[in-house]
Design a protein around this ligand. Structure first.
Ligand code: UD1
Length: 426
């Protein structure tokens, strides 16, 4: 996988296309498990996480065929599924927890390895568990596994989430579509990826009301059937390109994106001084001068996405002025700031606030990607750093960005993937 070597100082000009959303397709693959037979998912990004999820659902008994030319997945689901998701795969990807809903719905039992650090009832999975328990599922934890079992068909329930958690909404949706009766999920997440899952489920015969609102009403049906479904465009990848144009300067058109899903981020870029234009399935970001720093507060959708927070910290780090970035979803999201500071950024963290003072230029250095969005953001920082930046641990970036390096090259960036032995010697 190597590292990325970036030579800063080039504007970005040209056009890129985004594919389906990572945060949707992984869940759509789990949704496919709900129906016996052959389901097709299109607009699939060619990323590591799709491969890992493919391995996981194969282990559960499905046959998975990814056509990288057509960007399409064909998932053949047998009548009998395995109940156990092993640690070797789950630990690689937190999204593995999304097989819990389908397994408990289809088999009435599921053994899922706990993603690192989590324990039953702890922050992270408590809302998934509490909701399932209301539906008649018994949940325990043993030897690092979450063991869920329902002696009878799941029963509908009224569930109020403490927080509009994306993952908990998904688990409860997948569990309730074939439950006995009408389930109501209140304070549900409203992310476009949730809408996408609801639409795929509806295509399989599920009956879901309130799609796109914070109250989902699910009338359980006896069984679902396979379908063909196109993945919603990746708003976070699209937003990363938008931020890239504002950071490096230039003129970038992003195709295949739904700008309605990004309105708040694009509006921030306008406030930062960019010229943003939109059309049906594309948008264009032009930035001629140095940006002006913009305050950011992350919130559940339709608020500013936490998955774009690192990219906007990077934008602020090279803008004129001072900005406050407030992270309300994942505190550990600020970890990457240490790496950004290695590139010369001026960022002070106080709890869940980051105070960013813009610098005219950053200074190239070796840095380590700590997660997907942090990794992408360090690459964006490298685009405006003097000299060379070397980003290592790029497997994180490969997990979520399809053809990141070649797309950046096509926009005029000086970036290449270098093998690790060479990287180590730089
Ligand atoms: C998903 C996305 C992630 C995105 C996030 C918020 C995927 C694979 N990941 O993550 O990229 O940043 O939505 O948009 O789709 N929480 C609890 N208890 C629970 C569930 C969640 O305390 O039962 C907490 C989490 O620890 C976190 C916050 O709620 O602090 C948000 O979690 P959630 O919305 O569930 O995000 P994920 O589904 O994990």
């Amino acid at each position: 996988m190597g590292a990325f070597r970036i030579s800063g100082g080039h504007h970005l000009t040209g056009e890129v296309s985004v594919r389906g959303a990572k945060n949707s397709v992984l869940k759509l693959m789990a949704v496919a498990l709900l129906a016996e037979g052959r389901t097709t998912i299109t607009n699939v990004p060619d990323i590591m996480d799709v491969t890992i999820m493919g391995q996981l659902i194969s282990r559960l008994g499905a046959t998975v065929d990814f056509d990288s030319e057509q960007r399409q997945l064909i998932i053949d689901v047998p009548a009998e599924l395995e109940q156990r998701a092993d640690y070797d795969l789950v630990r690689q990807m937190r999204a593995s927890i999304s097989v819990l809903g389908p397994l408990i719905a289809r088999l009435g039992v599921a053994d899922i390895a706990l993603p690192g650090g989590d324990a039953i009832g702890s922050r992270g999975l408590d809302m998934h568990m509490a909701g399932l328990e209301r539906m008649g599922v018994k949940v325990t934890s043993e030897h690092g596994y979450l063991l869920a079992s329902a002696p009878e068909r799941l029963r509908a329930a009224s569930i109020w989430l403490d927080f509009p958690s994306v993952g908990a909404t998904e688990t409860l949706l997948m569990a309730s579509v074939t439950a006995d009766g009408t389930t109501v999920i209140d304070n549900a997440a409203r992310e476009p990826e949730i809408v996408d899952i609801c639409e795929m489920l509806a295509g399989m015969g599920a009956r879901i009301g309130g799609v796109g609102t914070s109250t989902l009403v699910i009338d359980g049906v006896d069984a679902l059937h396979p379908t063909t479904h196109a993945t919603v465009p990746d708003r976070i990848v699209a937003g990363t390109w938008a931020a890239a144009a504002a950071i490096a300067g230039g003129d970038v058109t992003v195709h295949g994106a739904d700008y309605h899903h990004l309105e708040i981020a694009l509006d921030k870029l306008t406030s930062a001084g960019a010229d943003v234009t939109t059309a049906s399935d594309m948008f264009r970001v032009r930035m001629e001068d140095r940006a002006t720093a913009v305050d950011i507060v992350t919130l559940p959708y339709p608020g500013f996405p936490t998955d774009l927070q690192p990219q906007f910290i990077t934008l602020n780090a090279v803008s004129q002025g001072v900005a406050m970035v407030t992270e309300n979803l994942f505190e550990s999201r600020f970890k990457f700031v240490n790496e950004l500071v290695r590139l010369g950024a001026d960022v002070r963290i106080e709890g869940h606030h980051a105070l960013v003072r813009g610098r005219e230029r950053l200074s190239g250095a070796p840095v380590v990607a700590t997660d997907i969005r942090a990794g992408a953001s360090l690459v964006l920082a490298g685009l405006v750093a003097n000299g060379e930046t070397l980003v290592t641990e790029v497997h994180h970036i490969d997990r979520g960005y399809d053809s990141f390096v070649t797309d950046l090259q096509s926009l005029g960036a000086d970036i290449e993937r270098v093998p690790l032995p060479l990287a180590a010697s730089l």
